[in-house]
Design a protein around this ligand. Structure first.
Ligand code: GLA
Length: 692
C-alpha cells in the first residue's frame, strides 16, 4: 500500500503546480438563495412546564373494557396500582383539541422490515415510528420544535428531574418511581445500568441508533445510587448538551429482565446470538412505550396494542394512550404516501419529492381524507465518501485506492463541481421545493450562516482539470480515467456507490450522480441495497461512496451532535476507526472534531453560534461531503385525528412520529373507524403468540 500513497503524493505535488494557474478562488461562487417556500403553519411556542408535569391525581381511569374484562376478572391490577405514584401528566391547556376519548387505531404504512425486537442490541424494527413508539428514553426531544427558543432543553421523560453539582461535573438524575414495563416488571436503575454497561460500554454491541461511550463524552461514567437515582460524572463542567444524547435514539433502555439473561456476559450466547434472540415472531416484548407488538405477519403487518402499564396520563387521570391499536403495514415508503393521501393509511412523512405534485393535488380537494402540511427544508441528501484510509470496512486494493482519492481535497472538489445540483433537484420535482445544497448545515436552520458557507458551483471543465492535475489520466482511451501506474495496477477508476433501494429518491439521486460522473471520466457503479443490508454496509464501512438522507445533526445540531464529526471511533457516518481502533483524521477533520467538542462543552449561545460558523466554513471549504439537494417535507395525517400540534415538522429534533406526541392523539367518538384487529384485548405474556 505504501507505494500507492507515494504515487498519490507525487500526483499531489503535480497538482499544486497546475493549481498555480487555476487559483482556488475561481472555483467558488455565489450561492443562490433557496426559492421562497414558507412553512404552512407555525408552532405555538410554549415552555416544557406548559406541556407536562409529574404529579399524583385524585383518581385514574382507563377504557371501560379494560376494567370489566381484566381488572374485574382479576387478571390485571387496578389502574391506580399499575401507574407510578406520580405519573407523567399532559396538561389539557396544551392539547390542541383538549382531553381525548379512547378508541380507534393509527394505521401506519412502512417500507422497512423488522429484524427483531432487540433495539439496544442493534436490531431494526423497520422504522417508520415503530421503535419510536416502543422505546422511551431518559429525556425526550421530538416535541422541542414547540419550545421557546431561549428555554430549549430536552424534556424530562424516564428521568423526571435532574440537578448538577456545583462544579458542573456531576449530574444526578431521578428516574420515575414505580413505573412498570408492559408486563408489569418494575422499571428502575437496573434497566439503565444494563443499557450502559452491557450495551454502550461493551464495544461488541452496537445499539440501533449508534450510541457509543463518546456519545456521552470521553471518560464519562454512570452509576446507580439507588433504584431510582443515577449519577453521571463528566470530564467537562455543565455539558448540558449530553441531555440530548439521553433522548431517542441513544439512551432508551431495554427490558433488562428479558434481555440480560441472553447477553454474552450472563449466558453462553455469542454477541450475534444475543442480538438475534428476539426475532419478529417473539411477540409481547416488554416495552415502556404506549403500544406493545402483539401480532406479526411477514410482509404484511405488525399490530400493536395499548400498554396496560403505560405511565402517562391526561389531567383528568385518564391513562394514555387514547388510541387502542397501532398498525404497521409492511409495504413500501412510496405506498405510505399513496395510502395516507387516499385514506387507507393514516400517516405519512411526505419526504420523497417525486410524489409531491400528485400528493398536493389530491390533498387540495374538498373531500380529501387527509391534511397535508409542509414544513421547513429539513430533508437533505449528500454524497458521502468513505474517508477511512486505515482499514474501516476492510478495503481491497481498488477500494483502498479510492479511499486515497476520497481523502484528497482536489478530488472531492472535482466531484462536487461536476454535480449539477440545480438539475439534480429538478429531476426529482419541479417547483419551489428543492434548493441547491452545498453541504454542511441546511439553509433556514438555526445555526446556518450563509457567509460561512463556501460554495463551489457546477463547472465540469474545472472538474476535469482537477482530475488531470491529480494524474488521473485515461491512459487506455476507453473514456475512463486510470489510476496512476503503480496504484491499483493502473486500472480504470471504478467507484461503487451505495444507496438504499427502499426509497425512490435515494436511488434517483444516486443515478443522477452516476450519470454526472461519466463526462468526468469516472466509472461509478451502483451498489443499490435494500434498507437493512444498506444499513449494515454503511455501519461497517463497506462502501466507497454513499448517497444518503442525512440525520438530525445536520438540522438541529443539538440532536446527534457527536455525529457532526468523528468525535469517537464509531460516532461518524462516513469516517470510523480502522482495524486497529484508531481514526486517521485529516487535519481539517481534527479541526471539526475540536469545534464540535467545544460546542458540546459550552452552553453559551453566542459562542455556539460562532463555533457553528467555523464548522460550516471548514466543512464546506473542504467539501467534507458533497451536498446534493435539500427540500421541505410535509406531514400527511388523516383528518379524523385530533391533538396534532400546529407546525409539527416531519423532521427536526426527531421524526414526526415523536413530534406529534402520539400517546395524546385521539379520534373523536363520532369519527372513530372500526379498524381494530384485536378489539378489547391486551398484550399477552412476553414471547407468547398474541394478545390476551
Ligand atoms: C423512516 C422514514 C421516516 C420516518 C422514520 C422514523 O426513516 O423514512 O419518514 O418515518 O423512518 O424512524
Amino acid at each position: 500500500m505504501r507505494k500507492h500513497i507515494y504515487a498519490l503524493g507525487g500526483a499531489g505535488l503535480l497538482l499544486s503546480v497546475s493549481m498555480a494557474t487555476l487559483p482556488a478562488q475561481e472555483l467558488t461562487g455565489e450561492l443562490p438563495d433557496p426559492p421562497e417556500f414558507s412553512a404552512q403553519s407555525e408552532p405555538n411556542f410554549v415552555s416544557v412546564s406548559d406541556i407536562m408535569e409529574y404529579r399524583a391525581l385524585p383518581e385514574y381511569h382507563e377504557p371501560d373494557w379494560v376494567t370489566s374484562k381484566y381488572v374485574e376478572a382479576g387478571t390485571l391490577p387496578p389502574v391506580a396500582e399499575r401507574l407510578p405514584a406520580e405519573p407523567l401528566v399532559y396538561k389539557a391547556a396544551n392539547m390542541p383539541d383538549g382531553i381525548g376519548v379512547y378508541g380507534d387505531t393509527m394505521r401506519h404504512v412502512i417500507g422497512g422490515r423488522p429484524e427483531g425486537w432487540n433495539y439496544i442490541g442493534g436490531q431494526s424494527q423497520g422504522w417508520g415510528g415503530i421503535d419510536i413508539g416502543l422505546s422511551e428514553c431518559l429525556t425526550r426531544t421530538g416535541p422541542l420544535f414547540m419550545i421557546k427558543a431561549d428555554e430549549l432543553e430536552p424534556m424530562p421523560n424516564l428521568a423526571k428531574s435532574w440537578e448538577w453539582s456545583e462544579d458542573g461535573k456531576e449530574l444526578t438524575m431521578h428516574l420515575i418511581e414505580g413505573a412498570k414495563w408492559s408486563d408489569g416488571d418494575p422499571f428502575d436503575a437496573d434497566d439503565v445500568m444494563f443499557y450502559w454497561e452491557d450495551n454502550i460500554l461493551d464495544q461488541n454491541v452496537s445499539p440501533l441508533n449508534g450510541g457509543t461511550p463518546e456519545t456521552f463524552g470521553e471518560g464519562t461514567t454512570l452509576e446507580a445510587l439507588d433504584p431510582y437515582t443515577i449519577k453521571w460524572t463528566f470530564q467537562e463542567a455543565f455539558p448540558t448538551q449530553y441531555l440530548y444524547a439521553m433522548a431517542y435514539g441513544t439512551f432508551c433502555p431495554g427490558p433488562s429482565h428479558i434481555l440480560k439473561p441472553e447477553h454474552p456476559s450472563y449466558s453462553d450466547n455469542t454477541y450475534e446470538e444475543y442480538k438475534n434472540a428476539f426475532p419478529p415472531e417473539y411477540l409481547n416484548i416488554p416495552v415502556m412505550g404506549a403500544w406493545v407488538p402483539v401480532e406479526y405477519r411477514p410482509d404484511d403487518i405488525i399490530v400493536m396494542r395499548r400498554n396496560p402499564y403505560y405511565w402517562k396520563v391526561d389531567e383528568q387521570g385518564n391513562q394514555l394512550p387514547y388510541l387502542n391499536e397501532m398498525h404497521y403495514r409492511l409495504s413500501t415508503w412510496a405506498d405510505r404516501d399513496v395510502q395516507a393521501v387516499a385514506g387507507s393509511g393514516d400517516f405519512s412523512n411526505l419526504e420523497q419529492a417525486e410524489s409531491y405534485v400528485e400528493a398536493l393535488r389530491r390533498s387540495a380537494e374538498d373531500d380529501a381524507p387527509a391534511r397535508l402540511q409542509f414544513g421547513a427544508r429539513t430533508i437533505g441528501y449528500a454524497l458521502r465518501m468513505n474517508l477511512s484510509g486505515n482499514g474501516w470496512g476492510e478495503p481491497d486494493e481498488r477500494e483502498q485506492a479510492v479511499r486515497e482519492l476520497n481523502r484528497d481535497l482536489d478530488f472531492r472538489k472535482a466531484i462536487s463541481i461536476a454535480v449539477d445540483r440545480q438539475r439534480l433537484g429538478e429531476s426529482l420535482v419541479r417547483g419551489p421545493f428543492t434548493a441547491i445544497y452545498p453541504g454542511g448545515l441546511y439553509a433556514g436552520t438555526t445555526y446556518y450562516d450563509k457567509d460561512s458557507t463556501v460554495y463551489y458551483p457546477h463547472d465540469l471543465e474545472a472538474a476535469n482539470a482537477l482530475l488531470d492535475g491529480m494524474g488521473l489520466i485515461d491512459t487506455d482511451g476507453n473514456g475512463v480515467r486510470n489510476f496512476p501506474e503503480g496504484t491499483a495496477g493502473g486500472a480504470d477508476v471504478e467507484i461503487t456507490l451505495l444507496a438504499n433501494t427502499d426509497y425512490g429518491t435515494d436511488t434517483n439521486l444516486a443515478e443522477g450522480v452516476i450519470a454526472m460522473m461519466e463526462p468526468l471520466g469516472l466509472r461509478v457503479i451502483a451498489n443499490f441495497q435494500q434498507g437493512t443490508a444498506r444499513d449494515d454496509m454503511a455501519q461497517s464501512g463497506q462502501f466507497d461512496w454513499h448517497v444518503e438522507r442525512q440525520g438530525a445533526e445536520m438540522v438541529s445540531v443539538v440532536q446527534g451532535t457527536a455525529a457532526l464529526a468523528p468525535t469517537g471511533p464509531r460516532t461518524h457516518p462516513f469516517h470510523r476507526a480502522g482495524s486497529d481502533g484508531t481514526l486517521d483524521l485529516l487535519p481539517f477533520e481534527q479541526e471539526l472534531v475540536d469545534v464540535v467538542n467545544a460546542f458540546i462543552a459550552t452552553s453559551d449561545n453566542a459562542e455556539r453560534a460562532e463555533l457553528m460558523k467555523q464548522y460550516q466554513q471548514i466543512f464546506t471549504e473542504n467539501v467534507y461531503s458533497v451536498g446534493l439537494t435539500q427540500y421541505p417535507g410535509a406531514l400527511i395525517i388523516n383528518k379524523r385525528f385530533a391533538n396534532i400540534p400546529a407546525g409539527a415538522p416531519i423532521f427536526m429534533f426527531n421524526w414526526a412520529e415523536d413530534n406529534i406526541i402520539r400517546e395524546r392523539v385521539f379520534v373523536p367518538e363520532d369519527q372513530q373507524g372500526s379498524y381494530e384487529l384485536h378489539p378489547e384485548t391486551l398484550p399477552g405474556a412476553p414471547g407468547s403468540d398474541g394478545p390476551m
